[in-house]
Design a protein around this ligand. Structure first.
Ligand SMILES: [Zn+2]
Length: 414
């Protein structure tokens, strides 16, 4: 008896009708609409023989007790960005609901191991700029001191907004208690990119989340009059920066899955009658392999020094943010691949560029894998975000199979 894939689709549509407007989904964490989505979901869960509680970070836990306390966790997030799509996060939560419903029925409310469903709090960080809020507290990588002073666009402090939802920011680290007995974590998510659609495949197994190196790079030259300064004597900071912006692309293209983006460039004084004296560039490089990420970073630095010298400038680097790649568990990757092959005939292995709650769970040392379903046009965080319904059905079927395989895998482990 498989999980009810049509029920998952019906529930996603019900949630969309309840929590979207003409601009898209509005389930921003720590807002009334988010609480409404959670209350709606709670009503669905109440049909099962389960226990429910919120942890210290606002993560919503539903537990179906099994013969063994060892636990399989299934989850994702109900929160969305403003004007978001109907599937990002919600698909994973609703699919987990249909799977836990199937498991409960199959084992008459008492499966061989314990199954838990988690709806992580504030995955998106849309309101306060702090992504993976709940899962990082679970993993013990939370950053209360930086988060305390965050404010939203209206000036509301994060500390106050979470308190209004029953969460004390001082105490969120206690969410790590939920790690007890956790033996594996599975998450189904839309790809949010174009890879599977290009390959004509509905489903893929995620190898891990890419590491990120994000840097501010400043070229310093000489401000000078654009009429009177001969070309040969210029120290044009923009010329050096422009060379770098182009050079980071072939650096990434040497590797199949690496990406490299100059997403921002500011010139000073920024007027048409002056040679640019200072140029600030923001660079974001990503790959799943730490060695590749490290070499891309080193190569970009070397190129920046070369271009600075060519243009008579100096260059300085300062790190904005970085995170190491998070590889998922090799045996769970295999199980996920099997589940996809059995359901859709063919699978594909791919890394995730975006970070996910699964990365935090994996960083906490819990065996983890994610499954991706194709996104139409590769578009997400937008109301036109979509996936074919036959692909959604395949995704729920394959995720259900993966859950069964993982239960057997946990039960067989010493
Ligand atoms: Zn998401």
């Amino acid at each position: 008896m498989p999980a009810d894939a049509q029920l998952a689709i019906d529930l996603l549509k019900e949630l969309r009708a309840l929590t979207s407007d003409e601009h898209g989904a509005q389930r921003v964490a720590w807002t009334p609409m988010w609480l409404k989505a959670r209350a709606w979901f709670q009503q669905k869960l109440n049909t099962l023989p389960i226990q429910h509680h919120l942890d210290a970070a606002g993560n919503s836990w539903t537990t179906l007790r099994g013969e063994s306390p060892r636990t399989l966790i299934l989850g994702s997030h109900l929160d969305s960005v403003p004007n978001g799509g109907w599937l990002d996060g919600a698909l994973g939560v609703v699919a987990a609901f249909t799977v836990i419903t199937r498991i409960s029925a199959e084992f008459h409310g008492r499966p061989p191991i314990t199954i838990r469903l988690v709806d992580w709090a504030d995955e998106e960080g849309a309101r306060f700029g702090r992504s993976l809020f709940g899962s990082s507290a679970f993993a013990g990588t939370q950053s209360i001191e930086q988060d305390r002073g965050r404010t939203d666009a209206a000036g509301t402090r994060m500390e106050d907004a979470v308190a209004a939802c029953g969460v004390s920011i001082e105490a969120i680290g206690e969410a790590r208690r939920e790690r007890q007995e956790a033996a594996a974590y599975l998450e189904l998510h839309i790809e949010q990119g174009p890879v599977l659609e290009k390959l004509g495949l509905p489903l893929g197994v995620v190898l891990g989340t890419k590491g990120v190196e994000r840097h501010a790079i400043t070229f310093n030259g000489q401000e000078a009059h654009s009429g009177s300064t001969p070309m040969k004597t210029r120290r044009d900071a923009l010329a050096a920066a422009a060379k770098l912006a182009l050079a980071v692309r072939p650096i990434a293209m040497q590797h199949p899955d690496a990406v490299s983006t100059v997403g921002s460039l500011k010139t000073y004084p920024g007027i048409v009658t002056a040679v640019v004296g200072r140029c600030e560039v923001a660079l974001d490089q990503r790959d799943l392999d730490p060695a590749i990420l490290g070499s891309m970073y080193a190569e970009a630095q070397e190129k920046s020094r070369q271009f600075a010298e060519e243009e008579g400038c100096t260059v300085e680097w300062s790190r904005i943010w970085n995170i190491a790649p998070v590889p998922f568990h090799p045996e769970l990757i295999q199980l996920c691949e099997q589940a996809i092959n059995e359901t859709a005939g063919q699978s594909h292995r791919l890394p995730s560029g975006p970070l996910h709650d699964a990365a935090e769970v994996s960083r906490a040392g819990i065996p983890t894998v994610m499954m991706f379903v194709q996104s139409l046009r590769g578009i997400s965080h937008n109301r036109i975000e979509d996936t074919r319904e036959d692909h959604l059905r395949l995704a729920v079927d394959a995720f259900d199979r993966l859950a069964s395989k993982t239960i057997a895998w946990i039960a067989a482990r010493p």
